[in-house]
Design a protein around this ligand. Structure first.
Ligand code: KIV
Ligand code: ZN
Length: 515
C-alpha cells in the first residue's frame, strides 16, 4: 500500500487580499455568497477580511463566522491589541476561528513605514501573538515583506512568536520579489535554523508581480516544506494579484507523482467559484488563463483536434469536467415555476435569506424568461447578483430607459432612476448610446468621478445572451467596480454605472493592511 500523503492546507484569501485589488471591494452580501461557495469548494480556511479595517468588513466577517461551519474562518489584524480584539469579536460565532496577525520585518518597511526599531517590532510581534492566543489556539503570524527581511532577525522573531503560541508561520513575499529556488530555500533555512520551527505549520503567501506567485508557492512547498498555501480565486489580489488557487490545486492534483500531497478541495467547484468571483468583482477572467479561462480546454488546431478525438490524453492533462466546466445547459424556461427556480438556486449553492428575497429573484427570473427563451445557470447567477446589489447601498436604483441611435445622428437616451426612493427622469446625448446614458445619469448625479474601465462580456453563448457590463469608477483615490447584466447592453451599462455610483456613495472607507 502506498504511504499516506501529507495534507496541503488551502487558505483562501479572496475576501481579504483579493478584495485589495483596486475596484474589487465587495458588499457584505456578496462576501457571504462567495464564502458559502468557498465552503462548497471545501477550502480549509477562509480569510474573510480585516476586521479593524472598516465597519463593513467587521460586519461581513461576523456574518460569515455565523454561517460557515466546515471551513475555519479567519480575520487579518495588525500586531496590536485593538485590531486583534476586533478580529476576535468578529469571529466569536465561528465554530473554527483563526486570528492572523502580521508586522513588517524588512529593514526597509521597519525604518520607512513603521518607523520602528527591529527590537520594537520583535516585541510587538511577540505581544500580539500572546494577546491573540487569549481568544483562540489557532493563531497565524506573518512577517510582512518576509522575503526581503534579514534572516537572523527573522529567526529571532519567528522563534519568539512560536514560543508565544503561533501555530502557523506565513512567510510573505509581499511585493512579489521572490524567485522560486531562493524563496523555497529561505523557508527551508528558517525551518532548519529555528529550534522550535516544528511546532508550527509553515505557509507561503506570494504576490504575482513577476508572474511567479504560483511557482514561488510551489517551491516553498517542495523546497521549503511549507504545508499551507495562501491563494485567491482567479489569482485576484493587490497589484498583479496573489497565487491562483485553481492553479495550485490542479498542479498538485495533476502532478501527484511529484508533489505527493493531498488537498481537500472539491475541484469540481473550481469553475463555478471562479465565475462567481469574476461576476461579483467585475474582474473578467482572461480566456487563456490556466484552468478557469474560457479557452483552457479548447483545442483549435487540426492536429490537436484529431489527437483529442483519438485519445483525449494526447493533448489533455486534466479533464474539463473535473474542474467544473459544463456545456452551457438550458436549465429553466418561461414555464418553470417557483419551486423549480428555488431548487436550481439551491443546486447552485445560492441561499437567499428570506422568502421575500426568493420571491423578488423569482419575479426577475420571470421578467427575463419572458424576454429570453432559454435560461442558463449563468443567467440565474447574474440576476441574483443584480438583486443582491440592489439591497445594499441603494442610493440610486435603475427603473427604465429609452434610447435612440441612428446612422448620422448623435445618440440620445432618457433614463428613469430613483435617488433615495424618489424617481428622476434625465436625458443626455453622447458619442454612442452608452456614453449618452452615462451623460444622462451624470446630469443628475454630478458625481465628479472618472470612468477607468468599461467592459462588456456575453454571459453565455449566442446573440440571445445577456451582456454583463463592468464599469470601474474612481473618485478621490477610491476605485470601485459596478456590474450590471441585461439582454440590452445599454440597460446593463446603466445598471453597472448606478451600481458603481452606489458603491462610491457608501461611506465605508477601508484601511489597506499594506499601507
Ligand atoms: O502580502 C502580504 O504581506 C500580506 C500580509 C498581510 C500577510 O497580505
Ligand atoms: Zn498579500
Amino acid at each position: 500500500m502506498a504511504a499516506s500523503a501529507e495534507k496541503l492546507i488551502i487558505f483562501d484569501t479572496t475576501l481579504r487580499d483579493g478584495e485589495q485589488s483596486p475596484g474589487a471591494s465587495m458588499t457584505k452580501d456578496e462576501k457571504i455568497r462567495i464564502a458559502r461557495q468557498l465552503e462548497r469548494l471545501k477550502v480549509d480556511i477562509i480569510e474573510a477580511g480585516f476586521a479593524a479595517s472598516s465597519q463593513g468588513d467587521f460586519e461581513a466577517i461576523r456574518a460569515i463566522a455565523g454561517i460557515i461551519k466546515d471551513s475555519t474562518v479567519c480575520s487579518l489584524s495588525r500586531a496590536n491589541d485593538r485590531d486583534i480584539a476586533r478580529a476576535a469579536e468578529a469571529l466569536a460565532a465561528a465554530p473554527r476561528k483563526r486570528i492572523h496577525t502580521f508586522i513588517a520585518t524588512s529593514a526597509l518597511h521597519m525604518e520607512k513605514k513603521l518607523r520602528m526599531t527591529p527590537d520594537q517590532v520583535h516585541e510587538q510581534a511577540r505581544l500580539a501573538v500572546r494577546f491573540a492566543r487569549q481568544f483562540t489556539d489557532d493563531v497565524e503570524f506573518s512577517p510582512e515583506d518576509g522575503s526581503r527581511s534579514d534572516m537572523d532577525f527573522l529567526c529571532r522573531v519567528i522563534e519568539s512568536v512560536i514560543k508565544e503560541g503561533a501555530s502557523t508561520i506565513n512567510f510573505a513575499d509581499t511585493v512579489g520579489y521572490g524567485v522560486p529556488e531562493l524563496y523555497g530555500q529561505m523557508i527551508r533555512s528558517l525551518r532548519e535554523r529555528i529550534p522550535n520551527s516544528d511546532k508550527a505549520v509553515w505557509s507561503v503567501h506570494c504576490h504575482n508581480d513577476l508572474g511567479m506567485a504560483v511557482a514561488n508557492s510551489l517551491a516553498g512547498v517542495m523546497i521549503g516544506g511549507a504545508r499551507q498555501v495562501e491563494c485567491t480565486i482567479n489569482g485576484l489580489g493587490e497589484r498583479a494579484g496573489n497565487t491562483a488557487l485553481e492553479e495550485i490545486v490542479m498542479a498538485v492534483r495533476t502532478r501527484r507523482d511529484h508533489f505527493n500531497l493531498d488537498i481537500g478541495v472539491d475541484a469540481s467547484q473550481i469553475v463555478p467559484t471562479s465565475k462567481l468571483v469574476s461576476q461579483i468583482t467585475g474582474f473578467a477572467v482572461q480566456p487563456n488563463k490556466s484552468v478557469v479561462g474560457a479557452n483552457a480546454f479548447a483545442h483549435a488546431s487540426g492536429i490537436h483536434q484529431d489527437g483529442i478525438l483519438k485519445a483525449r490524453d494526447t493533448y489533455e492533462i486534466m479533464r474539463a469536467e473535473d474542474v467544473g466546466w459544463t456545456a452551457n445547459k438550458i436549465v429553466l424556461g418561461k414555464l418553470s415555476g417557483r419551486n423549480a427556480f428555488k431548487q436550481r438556486l439551491e443546486e447552485l449553492g445560492i441561499k437567499l435569506e428570506s422568502e421575500s428575497e426568493v420571491n423578488a429573484a423569482f419575479g426577475r427570473f420571470k421578467e427575463l424568461a419572458d424576454r429570453k427563451s432559454d435560461i442558463f445557470d449563468e443567467d440565474i447567477m447574474a440576476l441574483v447578483s443584480d438583486e443582491q446589489q440592489s439591497h445594499e447601498n441603494e442610493h440610486y436604483r435603475y427603473v427604465s430607459l429609452s434610447q435612440h441611435s441612428e446612422t448620422g445622428e448623435r445618440p440620445a437616451a432618457e433614463i428613469v432612476f430613483s435617488v433615495d426612493g424618489k424617481e428622476v427622469r434625465c436625458s443626455g446625448q453622447g458619442n454612442g448610446p452608452v456614453d449618452a446614458i452615462v451623460n444622462a445619469i451624470e446630469s443628475n448625479a454630478q458625481s465628479g468621478c472618472e470612468l477607468l474601465l468599461f467592459s462588456v462580456n456575453a454571459i453565455t453563448t449566442g446573440t440571445q445572451s445577456q451582456g454583463e457590463v463592468t464599469m470601474r469608477l474612481s473618485k478621490a483615490g477610491r476605485i470601485v467596480n459596478g456590474v450590471g447584466a441585461d439582454l440590452d447592453i445599454v440597460v446593463a451599462s446603466a445598471k453597472a454605472y448606478l451600481s458603481a455610483l452606489n458603491k462610491l456613495h457608501s461611506k465605508t472607507e477601508k484601511l489597506n493592511p499594506q499601507l
